[in-house]
Structure formats: structure tokens, C-alpha cells
Design a protein around this ligand. Structure first.
Ligand SMILES: NC(=O)c1ccc[n+]([C@@H]2O[C@H](COP(=O)([O-])OP(=O)(O)OC[C@H]3O[C@@H](n4cnc5c(N)ncnc54)[C@H](OP(=O)(O)O)[C@@H]3O)[C@@H](O)[C@H]2O)c1
Length: 289
């Protein structure tokens, strides 16, 4: 290779290194900034325990101010608030029973008082499940499932819309069961989860419609669909047989934890997810593939 060519090649290598370094220097702070939720206020329903608690902590870690909603577990909700404040974050507890007719509007009214008209993030996570023989379901069970899992998010979003800022993000917690039937369904002594699953199907339908209806206001609406996560709701994961059943469904061989869901929710609320709306994202360790 001629001397001139070598110099030229060396120059290209150097400029490309400099260019890459420059791009990295520029991109690293920008990327951090994009997952930073400073100056954003988030409401997380059902944040006293389980997935909601992990989500509240993760949002606070991303610098959001968090409203920690609870129904009955006041001590647990206050402990979440204290944990966030002790780490230098901002949080307040807010109570409302979402199993009552006025629960969602009571919650929206209490949130309005706390946020002074501006809410950036709404996580609808509070939920209940029921597993029983189909013939044992009463009207009350069905109504309770649909009241807490579907009616309350519907009216909470309706009542919160005036507070939701342009660019806001709504995330609803669905379930793997909205689209997938467990492999053991219908076998003797295996309880039916069909009513619970139907509530999550309804949640995913709301997500699509709301994403379309709110898009012109730049409000994004998405769902996460967890597989089995170790919480009070899925306490069967704490038994040997439950653990075995769970691992047999998944391609990733460990029991899912609340933080596995919380991290995806934080991503969906961040600028990194700015082009995602109307989606239901499975977060299930590759369940029933
Ligand atoms: N764990 C799983 O395997 C799994 C899988 C797929 C989807 N999910 C979904 O994930 C969400 C969270 O579940 P989780 O496993 O974290 O459950 P969890 O540990 O049982 O926690 C449920 C939360 O919902 C709140 N809640 C329940 N009923 C309420 C009511 N009537 N009014 C107000 N708050 C109420 C509870 O608040 P209080 O205790 O303060 O009343 C609690 O904070 C649910 O929507 C669930 O369907 C869970």
C-alpha cells in the first residue's frame, strides 16, 4: 500500500473512531434521559402489594412522583410510600375501594386533589382473580371480577382523562390468560379461570379502543400481559407442585417476580416507548409457546 493511501486509511479509521465516540457520548446521556421520568406524576392502582408495589418502586426509581393506591392494605401502602421517601423520592398514599360503584370516581377525585390537574402516568393494576369449578361460580363472583378488573379501570380512565396531560401514558395490567388457555384446563379437579380470563380479554379490548380514541392527544395506551408471577394472587408458586406446574409452562426456568413486570411498565411509560400504543405485551418467560 502506498504511503498516501495508508495515511488516508488511518485518517478514515481515526475519524470513524472519533465519530463513533462522539455518537456514543451524545447517545448515552440522551438514552438515560429517555427513561427518566422526572417531573412526571404516576398513579399506580393496587400498589400496596405484588406487581403494583414493584411498579410504584420502579417508577419512583425512575424519578417519577408516585401515588400509591390501595384498597384495604393501608399499612403496606404506607410502607411503600415510606420506602420511596427514604430513598429521596416523592410519594403519597391514596385509598379507594374499587369493588364499589363509586370506587373509581372517588379515586379520581382524590387523585385530582393531590396532583393539581396534571397526571402523566396511569397504571391500572389492581385486580382480583378466582379459580373454582365452573358450577360453583355465583353471580356475585362474576360481578366482583368484572367490577374490579374491568368496570373500575373503565371509569377510572374516563374520570382521569381531564387530568391526563398531552403525551401521557396509560398501562393496564392484563394476563397471559386473556389469549392463552393453560394446558391442564378441563382436566379433572382443575379449576376454571374462564371468568377471570374474560375480564382480561375485556381489558385488552379497551386498550385497543382507547389507543385509537386518545391518539390525537398523544396519549399512549398499552397493556402488559404477565404470566405467572409470585405474589399473593399466585401463591401456588410457593408450593412445590405449583412451582413445578409453573416451570413446565415456561421456556425460561425460574418463577417470574413482580419486578419482571414493573420494568416493562416503566419502559412503556418512558420516551423509549414513544412509538408503542395499542399493544398488549406478553411478559411471561415464554409461557405456553
Ligand atoms: N400474579 C400473577 O400471577 C398475575 C398474572 C397475570 C396478571 N396478574 C394481574 O396483575 C395485577 C396485580 O396482581 P398481583 O398478583 O400483584 O395481585 P396481589 O398481590 O393480590 O395484589 C392485588 C392488588 O390489587 C388491590 N385490590 C384488589 N382488590 C381491590 C379493591 N376492591 N379495591 C382496591 N384495590 C384492590 C390490592 O389492594 P389492597 O390489598 O390494598 O386491597 C392489591 O394492592 C392484577 O390485575 C392481576 O390480575 C397477576
Amino acid at each position: 500500500m502506498a504511503k498516501g493511501q495508508m495515511r488516508c486509511h488511518a485518517f478514515l479509521v481515526m475519524t470513524s473512531i472519533n465519530w463513533d465516540q462522539g455518537r456514543m457520548e451524545k447517545s448515552i446521556p440522551a438514552r438515560n434521559g429517555m427513561s427518566d421520568l422526572a417531573n412526571k406524576t404516576a398513579l399506580v392502582t393496587g400498589a400496596s402489594r405484588g406487581i403494583g408495589r414493584a411498579t410504584a418502586l420502579a417508577l419512583a426509581e425512575a424519578n417519577a412522583r408516585v401515588l400509591v393506591h390501595y384498597g384495604r392494605s393501608m399499612a403496606e401502602a404506607n410502607a411503600v410510600v415510606e420506602e420511596i421517601r427514604a430513598a429521596g423520592g416523592q410519594a403519597d398514599a391514596v385509598q379507594a375501594d374499587l369493588g364499589t360503584t363509586e370506587g373509581a370516581s372517588t379515586l379520581a377525585r382524590r387523585v385530582r386533589k393531590l396532583v393539581e390537574k396534571r397526571l402523566d402516568i396511569l397504571i391500572s393494576n389492581a385486580g382480583v382473580s378466582k379459580a373454582a369449578a365452573l358450577e360453583d361460580y355465583e353471580f356475585e363472583d362474576f360481578d366482583m371480577l368484572f367490577t374490579i378488573n374491568v368496570r373500575s379501570p373503565f371509569f377510572l380512565v374516563q374520570q382521569s382523562l381531564p387530568m391526563l396531560a398531552e403525551g401521557a401514558s396509560i398501562v393496564l395490567v392484563s394476563s397471559l390468560l386473556a389469549r392463552t388457555v393453560p394446558a391442564n384446563a378441563g382436566q379433572p379437579d382443575v379449576p376454571s379461570l374462564s371468568a377471570y380470563a374474560a375480564t382480561k380479554g375485556a381489558v385488552e379490548t379497551l386498550v385497543k379502543h382507547w389507543a385509537a380514541e386518545f391518539g390525537s392527544r398523544r396519549i399512549r395506551v398499552n397493556a402488559v400481559a404477565p404470566g405467572v408471577i409470585e405474589t399473593d394472587m399466585s401463591n401456588f408458586t410457593r408450593t412445590e407442585s405449583g412451582r413445578h406446574l409453573t416451570l413446565s409452562m415456561q421456556t425460561l426456568k425460574r418463577i417470574g417476580q413482580p419486578s419482571d413486570i414493573a420494568d416493562v411498565i416503566v419502559f412503556l411509560c418512558s420516551e423509549n416507548a414513544r412509538w408503542i400504543t395499542g399493544a398488549s405485551i406478553p411478559v411471561d418467560g415464554g409461557s405456553e409457546l
